[in-house]
Design a protein around this ligand. Structure first.
Ligand SMILES: [Zn+2]
Length: 287
């Protein structure tokens, strides 16, 4: 049993820990945009659409290849101000529980740049980088989206812009930003896989070692049922069509590689396996 807010698993020679920045409980109709609750309620095990779900915020830390790689950086130092998240902003404490200091982190991969995923890029209102030795990998489409013309942003993202943009600029000014397009292998065991849709430059991270695979899927799935029902999309997706395609690709990869699927918003611990029936449909199982 892991301590509260941490779940650690071993993937061959690699170690992957799900690290919490805070938890809230809330109704999640917004994860099933336009879908009749009568369809999605049985799949998530509720009989009232407003039954609160536990939602985790945070990210993952990967070790075992000579690097300390953080995937997503939570809400950040003002997390406790978010309604329902009183007491949050705990990611650095959880990293300390693992014996990891900010200066030890040498790589950060942002699955995307929503405000609840890039918070600890900076540690204060002066936008001081929290992890002084980290190279920050952000897909070039994602950087372009949040740095470009506001008219390209959907409404919810436009509201986040004043929070997100200075964080990216802080990383860029520190000389720490590394953009890329396409798949990118960070080591023999860690590969970034572009999965656009939720945002234009959304990515997943694959950890593969010793015949085992973990897929860190970002906001490709807010609930394990999203790995089965690829058209049940959250309200906030930038391109629903692309999201459906990306989910299909990752679900297929997960089924083929018998991967453990992990996502930052899943309650800790939640480890998911995806299987495929002879008729081609997918099913997910929480372990
Ligand atoms: Zn999110």
């Amino acid at each position: 049993m892991s301590p509260i807010g941490l779940d650690t698993l071993h993937i061959g020679a690699m170690t992957v820990s799900h690290v919490s920045d805070g938890v809230l409980a809330g109704p999640r109709r917004t994860w099933f945009n336009g879908v009749d609750p009568a369809q999605w309620m049985p799949a998530v095990g509720v009989t009232d659409p407003d039954t609160p779900f536990t939602v985790n915020f945070g990210g993952f830390v990967i070790t075992g290849d000579g690097h300390v790689t953080l995937v997503d950086t939570g809400w950040g130092h003002r997390a406790h101000e978010v309604p329902g998240l009183e007491g949050a902003g705990l990611m650095l404490d959880r990293l300390a529980d693992l014996g990891i200091a900010p200066g030890d982190v040498d790589r950060i991969v942002q699955s995307h740049l929503h405000a609840d995923h890039c918070g600890w890029l900076v540690e204060d209102d002066e936008h001081t980088p929290t992890f002084p030795n980290a190279t920050v990998y952000i897909h070039d489409q994602e950087v372009a989206y949040w740095s470009g013309d506001e008219v390209d942003l959907i409404e919810a993202n436009r509201k986040m812009l004043p929070t997100v943009r200075p964080r990216v600029e802080a990383v860029r000014s520190a000389g720490a930003l590394r953009t890329y397009s396409g798949e990118l292998a960070l080591s023999d065991a860690v590969t970034i896989v572009p999965t656009p849709g939720h945002t234009p430059g959304h990515v997943c991270v694959m950890v593969a070692s010793g015949g085992r695979t973990a897929l860190l899927v970002g906001d490709l799935a807010h609930h394990p049922t999203h790995l089965e029902h690829h058209h049940w999309l959250p309200v906030i997706d930038h391109s629903p069509e692309q999201s459906v395609l990306s989910r299909g690709r990752i679900a297929e990869l997960a089924a083929e590689s018998k991967a453990v699927v992990l996502a930052p918003h899943f309650p800790i611990p939640t480890r998911v396996e995806v299987g495929r029936a002879p008729d081609g449909s997918f099913h997910s199982e929480v372990n």
